[in-house]
Design a protein around this ligand. Structure first.
Ligand SMILES: C[S@@+](CC[C@H](N)C(=O)[O-])C[C@H]1O[C@@H](n2cnc3c(N)ncnc32)[C@H](O)[C@@H]1O
Length: 229
C-alpha cells in the first residue's frame, strides 16, 4: 500500500487569510464554469454562496447575475465577511453575511444555493445541505462541489487531510443530495493533473506543505452535484 501524502489542514486560520483564491479558482474553475453553464444562470438570479471564504465564487456569480441580481456570501468566520466586503466593493448585489451553514437563514429564498470546499469542514454535511435545500425556491437549484481528497495523488501516493472532518465527502455528495430531499440532476468528478512547474504545481506548493518536486500530481477530484428542490 502506498504511503499517504499529508496535506496541511486548510480550515480557517486564527487570523483569516484567503491568499490563494486565484490559484484555487484557476485549477478548479472548469467544473464551476460547467455547472453554471448547465444551470443557465442569468441576470437577475438570486444566489447564496455558503462558506464563501474570500468571495471569489461570490464575485463570479455577481458578474453573472448583474446588478439586478443578488448574491449572499455566507461564512461563519466574520473575517471572511470583511474580506468579501472589500473584494466585492464594486458589486452592490453582493451581501456578505456572517452565519453558519448549519443555521442558514436568508432574507429571501433564492434561485441557487452553492457551496465549494465547505461540506468537508462542517461536522454535519447533511444538515448544511438540507439548509441549502430549504433556502431555494421550489424546483430551483442546489450545486455543491466537494473533493475526494484521498483520490488525489502525488507521485502515486494518496493525499490525506487528517484534521478535516470529511476530506472525502465528495464521494457521498449524490447520496447526501438524495437524503436532503433533492432531485439529483447531474453529478460528476473532475481533477487536474500535471508534472513540474505550472498551475497544478503552484496550487500544491501554495496550499500545502508538500513540495511535489518532479513527481506527477493528480489533484483531489472535485465532485460536482447539480440538484433541484
Ligand atoms: C476552504 S474555504 C472555501 C472558500 C470558497 N468556498 C472557495 O471555494 O474558494 C472554506 C470556507 O468555509 C467556511 N466554513 C467552514 N465551516 C463553515 C460553517 N459551518 N458554516 C459556514 N462557513 C463555514 C470557512 O470559514 C472558509 O471560509
Amino acid at each position: 500500500m502506498p504511503q499517504q501524502t499529508r496535506i496541511q489542514d486548510m480550515t480557517e486560520p486564527e487570523s483569516y487569510q484567503e491568499p490563494h483564491l486565484d490559484l484555487r479558482n484557476d485549477v478548479y474553475r472548469r467544473p464551476l464554469a460547467t455547472a453554471l453553464e448547465r444551470l443557465g444562470i442569468k441576470e437577475g438570479w438570486s444566489c447564496v454562496d455558503v462558506g464563501a471564504g474570500g468571495g471569489d465564487v461570490s464575485i463570479a456569480l455577481a458578474k453573472l447575475v448583474g446588478p439586478l441580481g443578488r448574491v449572499y456570501a455566507v461564512d461563519h468566520n466574520p473575517l471572511a465577511r470583511d474580506a468579501v466586503a472589500k473584494a466585492a466593493s464594486s458589486y452592490s448585489q453582493v451581501i456578505a453575511i456572517t452565519q453558519s451553514g448549519e443555521d442558514l437563514a436568508l432574507p429571501q429564498t433564492v434561485d441557487l444555493a452553492f457551496c465549494r470546499f465547505l461540506l468537508m469542514y462542517v461536522s454535519d454535511p447533511l444538515r448544511v445541505l438540507k439548509r441549502m435545500a430549504q433556502s431555494v425556491h421550489p424546483s430551483k437549484w442546489v450545486v455543491a462541489q466537494e473533493p475526494i481528497t484521498s483520490a488525489g495523488r502525488i507521485g502515486g501516493k494518496p493525499f490525506t487531510m487528517p484534521n478535516v472532518p470529511h476530506p472525502d465527502v465528495g464521494a457521498f455528495l449524490p447520496e447526501l443530495a438524495t437524503k436532503a430531499g433533492l432531485e439529483l440532476i447531474d453529478a460528476w468528478a473532475e481533477a487536474q493533473a500535471g508534472i513540474g512547474q505550472g498551475p497544478v504545481f503552484d496550487y500544491l506548493a501554495s496550499l500545502t506543505d508538500v513540495d511535489p518536486g518532479n513527481d506527477p500530481i493528480v489533484l483531489p477530484p472535485l465532485v460536482t452535484i447539480i440538484a433541484r428542490r
